[in-house]
Design a protein around this ligand. Structure first.
Ligand code: HEM
Length: 261
């Protein structure tokens, strides 16, 4: 497995459709693996483009101001809990509420179980139970969003799974920066520092046209433009994170509340 670290080369590969993602097994039977095969993350070509479009529609239906207010309220309700607990609970719960899930407060624990299985797949009774539970909770409630939610249960679960560790990592790292104790430093600067120096998602994988698996470092050096470094914290190209605004809105609200406490 080759590792590519030079940032401009990683960006070039991420933007090149000839480099694809390793695909999930579409014939798998377990609910956890079936969920993986229904997500956008492990399919290529036209199937990826269609699912990605639906994700963009679902995300566009979320009012980011409401999301942010909900994240702040949920954080206040949990304080003075430990930051890792807040970071694991609030982002997923506030997204689940906006995405029309039944019982949004219960979603984070199930999402954590499913997220542990998500990168690799394979037999897992805890992932199977979590996938079954979350898809039922997504199917249970209609409304709350613009547009037709039918058939989107798996994609709405995917949004929670993708949000889970990355958003929690950003929040916890920002709160732990020494500068977070200085009230004069804006929360936006703390988040930017984490996204520049301590990325929550450090690497991803692609298959090269010759079938070789490449590990792509998102936190590598950028020797081409030292004065204006690109950031690959949210990826690049057609599979870049579609939820940057949502991630930043949630993280800003949570970190603001924790710092004010
Ligand atoms: C700090 C928080 C976040 C970071 C750093 C982050 C980072 C990333 C990165 C690097 C990728 C690309 C992976 C690749 O190219 O292989 C990605 C994809 C994705 N992210 Fe995020 N993400 C964050 C939060 C979120 C949130 C809050 C959501 C949902 C509300 C989300 C949804 C997604 C989805 C659905 C994809 C897959 C897109 C596709 O298959 O086309 N992310 N994210």
């Amino acid at each position: 497995m080759d590792v590519v670290a030079e940032r401009s080369e990683v960006e070039r590969i991420l933007e090149d459709p000839a480099y694809v993602v390793p695909e999930a097994d579409a014939a798998s039977n377990g609910p956890g693996d079936r969920f993986r095969a229904s997500a956008s993350r492990f399919v290529n070509g036209a199937t990826h483009a269609a699912r990605r479009h639906r994700l963009d529609v679902l995300l566009a239906g979320i009012d980011v101001d409401e999301l942010s207010l909900d994240a702040a309220a949920r954080t206040r309700a949990m304080l003075p809990a430990a930051i890792d607990e807040i970071a694991a609970q609030v982002p997923v719960a506030c997204l689940a509420a906006r995405l029309g899930f039944a019982d949004p407060d219960a979603a984070p624990a199930w999402v954590a179980a499913l997220a542990a299985h998500y990168p690799t797949g394979g037999p897992s009774s805890s992932a199977d139970a979590a996938a079954t539970r979350l898809i039922a909770a997504a199917d249970d409630v209609r409304g709350g969003l613009d547009g037709d939610l039918d058939g989107d249960a798996e994609l709405r679960v995917q949004l929670l799974v993708q949000a889970h560790a990355a958003t929690a990592g950003l929040i916890a790292a920002a709160v732990r920066l020494p500068a977070a104790r200085d009230g004069g430093v804006p929360t936006a600067d703390l988040l930017a520092a984490v996204l520049r120096d301590a990325l929550p998602v450090r690497q991803t994988k692609r298959l090269a046209p010759d079938g070789e698996v490449l590990v792509l470092r998102l936190d590598g050096a950028d020797h081409g433009s030292p004065h204006d470094p690109r950031t690959l914290a949210f990826g690049a190209g057609p599979r870049a994170c579609p939820a940057v605004r949502h991630a930043i809105a949630i993280a800003t609200a949570v970190v603001d509340e924790v710092r004010a406490c």
